[in-house]
Design a protein around this ligand. Sequence first.
Ligand SMILES: [Zn+2]
Length: 171
Amino acid sequence: MTEFRCIVCDRPLLRTLPAYERLPRVTSDCKPWPAGGQLAVCDSCGAIQKLPDRKWLDEIDRIYRAYQIYHLSGGEEQVIFSADGQAVPRSRALADFVTRRLDRSRPGRMIDIGCGNGSALANFSRALDGWSFEGVNFGTQRFRSCGQFRASPSSMLGRLIGSKAASISSL
Ligand SMILES: [Zn+2]
């Protein structure tokens, strides 16, 4: 157990997974990253999460200072192969996976914190008619390549976290 509390349920029941620190890692912008760090599972709610210790905070600072969204594919979201063998953008595969499991009888709301250029929001909005979507990104340059979203620094989320926010009601 660690001194940290679960970011989902706030219970102090995080158990680190010792094998994780030996695994080579890849950053979310698909760059190799050395082994190390900690990964924990909450014994109450089952959420998997990184532990926000000093080492992890230093690492994410270094990663995001040099972040290059989708740099392997020239700025376009990379494709993956879906279960039926189709090459589709990663966020479309995620949207398909999630929406198949949702109760779609009534509209809902979705927030994407760290939405980058909004690719995931765009794919979810195509799959979830009538829903509203909001994305927040720490920085403004990503929105320049995201024409379908309105950058709205005065949105509620933007005010709460002091960042730019993008929102759409439909595409
Ligand atoms: Zn939990």
